[in-house]
Design a protein around this ligand. Sequence first.
Ligand code: G
Ligand code: G
Ligand code: NA
Ligand code: MN
Length: 253
Amino acid sequence: QQMAERLTKALDRGELLLYYQPQVDLPSGRLIGAEALCRWHDDEWGWVSPAEFIPLAERRGLIRRLGTWVLSEVARQLLAWRQIGFTLPGRLSINISAQQFADPDLASHITSLLATVPPSAIGLELTESDFMRDPEQAIGITQTLHNSGFSLSIDDFGTGYSSLSYLRRFSADTLKIDISFVRDILTSHHDQVIVQTIIAMAVALGMGTIAEGVETQGQAELLASMGCHQAQGYLHGRPLPASAFTEAWGEHM
Ligand code: G
Ligand code: G
Ligand code: NA
Ligand code: MN
């Protein structure tokens, strides 16, 4: 309750931040994009985890506003980067919540908020469970977004209950392998089998894969040998404020 009020205030005052985490090619480590991740620092409470305030925003009807802010902030940041001569290679990915996804005007909303940004520079991440809540509706929305030129990833893949027949009909380009299968991949035969299966599914469906939560060189090498050629995790870089991100990845400038 109190937290919802504070979050509303933070939105009013423009106190939320976006951090950017690199996404890289495996095994080269070359930058291929980034994910924008929302952060909130409260004067009194310090950093509040998005795992806490995003679900709160969803429950308390604040998520559309937060989502709109994220989109406009991303547009502003891409423009600011362009002005200092930094072009992010590949795509900048944005998390879209289930309630935004259910909005029939989502595609035009995104297109107008990102008017200064080519859709091909933007990836939209939706969780597997968001897709499966109303799969027939999701098929229509993903088709519209795809036709508008955005690319789509299915986030936290492997934790939901997608059927192959639906996966084939979603206009998504990338399966984002959930961190829970990556964490113990070097020691767990079970997790290796799951990841191998996800990669095989992606290949069969003409989709790419990106592994999340890659923390060690060993994990990266194993994933690459299994056919997963994109990674996001602390091994390659933590989420950083925009200025630190360009400092760290500035050789691309
Ligand atoms: O950055 P971190 O791993 O702590 O994020 C925790 C969760 O919050 C992730 O599942 C992520 O998808 C979600 N999240 C972070 N930023 C945003 C955002 O801008 N919008 C939405 N809808 N979710 C976000
Ligand atoms: O939207 P999604 O749930 O995919 O968000 C990714 C989350 O995973 C973010 O909260 C991010 O901070 C977190 N994360 C990114 N890389 C790593 C990593 O290497 N290890 C761990 N434990 N978490 C990570
Ligand atoms: Na995500
Ligand atoms: Mn995820």
